[in-house]
Write a protein that binds this ligand. Sequence first.
Ligand code: CP
Ligand code: NVA
Length: 303
Amino acid sequence: MRHLLEISDLTREDFFRIIDRGIEHRGNRSLAQKFLDQKTIALLFEKASTRTRLSFTVAAQELGGNVLSLEADMLQLGRGESIEDTAEVFSRYMHAIMIRSRSHENVRTMAAMNRIPVINGLTELHHPCQTLADYMTLKQYGYDILKGNFIIAFVGEGNNVFNSLAAASVFSGSEVRIASPEGYGISPEIRDFLSRNHVTVKEFKEPSDAVRGANVIYTDVWVSMGQEEEVKERKKIFSPYCIDENLLAHADPQHIVMHCLPAHRGEEITATVMEKYSRYIFDQAENRMHVQKAVLEWIFEAL
Ligand code: CP
Ligand code: NVA
């Protein structure tokens, strides 16, 4: 049984095959209209979501499946029922589950039970579906993702979105850099994982050093879901880590800017930069839907 919890659950071949299939889906929204016939996909959210919720709903429906979108606090899970019992019950009715969870460990527990395929729709540690859409977008805009002859500079915290993006460089070979305040950079686990896979992330304190000559500048919110109590402190600590036009002057002249969204204009990205690169950023959002159709095909072993 297949699960997608982290980018490293995919082989290099799977990774590129899913992206290519996402591009086919982008070209024709009527492909594989009966693929999920008689199947129900559960979408379970412990945190807010716009893109993941909408894109998985439409993707599964366009593949002919049924979708049940649930908030954890509507379930007994929110009142203390165990993740194991919840997963067992889900497996009696559903054919797969996409979960957005506060605890990557819980998602691992659910997948380890091996009752139904589990897709990670974001945890505090990983966001693999986002990375697939990001790489699909890079390919769409002419980046040679197989050769990886480009530099990605991530400006912000080294958590879920960065972790999955960096993990993909194991497949693409692209250079990855991160600029973050002290204590908010790459985690030791991700650094070890990457170094075991012969990828070295270049770590910087100064955003302008990370961005120098970079082809892709990527950012994410300063305050992730679950960190709301730290808003004041984070806004102060991250204030030098805003993507503005001055910062982009250090990048390769042909650079693009990417953002997983939601964006906070005036914090991690200025309104002007957001406007200028919105074509790429909203294509990233759109590509979530196309590439997740391919993820659903992969999870059911049709890819
Ligand atoms: N990028 C992303 O996952 O968006 P949502 O939080 O809206 O799902
Ligand atoms: N790092 C952000 C990503 C949102 C898609 C968060 O976890 O809230």
